[in-house]
Design a protein around this ligand. Structure first.
Ligand SMILES: *Cc1c(COP(=O)(O)O)cnc(C)c1O
Length: 395
């Protein structure tokens, strides 16, 4: 059994490319070229050099001593929060813009929810001198004005989206519409392991640098190149996919994914797509989707904007369905507690998304043995979430 994508673009029953005819050539061009381009020595050289000198990789693998004492295992944090622009998303945007250039594209579009992927995209467009339009729901623009200003300062055009709930799902629809109108010169940089094949596989490969580094760093620090547990939060699922990638078929490594439960998995206000979703098609991919009885997409809710997506990458739908990954969830309050705990035990203010991964530690602790090696991916830093932290802060 392979837990990775097959040649048709499926992970088990999930994935594929359900796209309008007008996008067929774009997707075909990408599908035919992405692996060849990514494997070129010249591409790898440029990608690796930028990851090192521009992003700041390898990101440290940090043994969190006080957290380890508290939960009774050797707990490491993979520090994606230390990357340029503050999260793992830059790994993917650097990779995709190099790919777009090699395919002769001159213009980039992207969708963004909280603005993190928009900022990561605007950043690489400035770096590569490419035109950039970022679609963003007008509700999100109001909530995340600092990221809007950053994108504008970086030279991107932020296009407000006023349809639907004016959030991420609507922004994605508009970006797809733009791509339909500008197929020849434009590349669409999707920000997670979602969308039609080959996007989930391509983004997972760009993010797999996280897992590759974990392997080398564990060998150096622990004398073995695998952990007992890998823990990551899942929104669309790209930081989790990158963390798990080299270990997908290595069964001695337990893969733990943590969804955002919002107010609770069984409430109306949740973003726990794997637990609550049903099979359907969203943004070109067959996966689990939060939907009502009529198949209308339901708006998810989480305190963390980056986990607030009504779908889930097809890789993760499959890992959950076949039992390879264990799916946990954390409520808003559990994530907040985990954030405050990390801040006071290790002096690291995590992103709210990453705090969901940390919230799994108390749930897993009864199973930990003292010599277990646990790696939790700290997908981003908490600067962007300070307002939420301050508003929820109890001494
Ligand atoms: C966007 C984001 C996420 C969620 O995206 P994935 O594709 O699931 O990784 C998680 N953490 C941070 C810091 C983010 O910015």
């Amino acid at each position: 059994m392979s837990n990775n994508v097959n040649e048709k673009g499926y992970y088990g029953a999930f994935g594929g490319a359900y796209i309008p005819e007008i996008l067929h050539r774009n997707i075909e061009q990408l599908r035919e070229n992405y692996l060849n381009i990514m494997e070129e020595a010249d591409f790898q050289k440029e990608f690796r050099a930028l990851l090192r000198d521009y992003v700041g990789r390898p990101s440290p693998l940090y043994l969190a001593r006080r957290l380890s004492e508290r939960y009774g295992a050797r707990i490491y944090l993979k520090r994606e929060d230390l990357n340029h622009t503050g999260a793992h998303k830059i790994n993917n945007t650097v990779g995709q813009i190099l790919l777009a250039r090699r395919m002769g594209k001159t213009r980039i579009i992207a969708e963004t929810g909280a603005g993190q992927h928009g900022v990561a995209t605007a950043t690489v467009c400035a770096l590569m001198d490419m035109r950039c339009a970022v679609y963003m729901g007008s509700t999100d623009m109001a909530r995340q004005s600092l990221n809007v200003r950053k994108m504008e300062m970086l030279g991107a055009e932020v296009r407000p989206v006023d349809s639907g709930n004016r959030t991420l799902k609507d922004a994605t629809n508009e970006a797809i519409r733009d791509w339909c109108c500008n197929p020849a010169d434009t590349h669409y940089i999707i920000g997670s392991v979602v969308g039609p094949h080959p996007y989930p596989d391509m983004v997972a490969r760009f993010q797999s640098v996280i897992g590759e580094e974990i392997r080398a760093q564990l060998l150096e620090k622990e004398g073995r190149d695998y952990p007992d547990y890998l823990v990551a939060c899942v929104g669309g699922g790209s930081n989790a996919a990158g963390t798990f990638y080299p270990y997908l078929d290595e069964l001695r490594v337990q893969l733990i994914e943590v969804e955002a439960a919002g107010d609770g998995v069984d409430t109306d206000r949740t973003a726990a797509t794997i637990r609550r979703g049903r099979e359907g098609i969203i943004h070109g991919s067959r996966t689990l989707v939060m939907q009502n009885a009529d198949g209308q997409i339901e708006e998810p809710y989480s305190i963390s904007a980056g986990l607030d997506y009504p779908g889930i990458g097809p890789m993760h739908a499959n890992l959950a369905a076949n039992g390879r990954a264990e799916v946990l969830s954390a409520t808003d309050n559990e994530a907040l507690s985990a954030a405050f705990e990390l801040t006071r035990t290790e002096g690291i203010i995590p992103a709210l998304e990453s705090s969901h991964a940390l919230a799994a530690l108390p749930l897993l602790a009864p199973r930990f043995r003292p010599d277990n090696v646990v790696v939790a991916t700290l997908s981003g830093r908490g600067d962007k979430d300070m307002e939420t932290y301050v508003n929820n802060y109890k001494l």
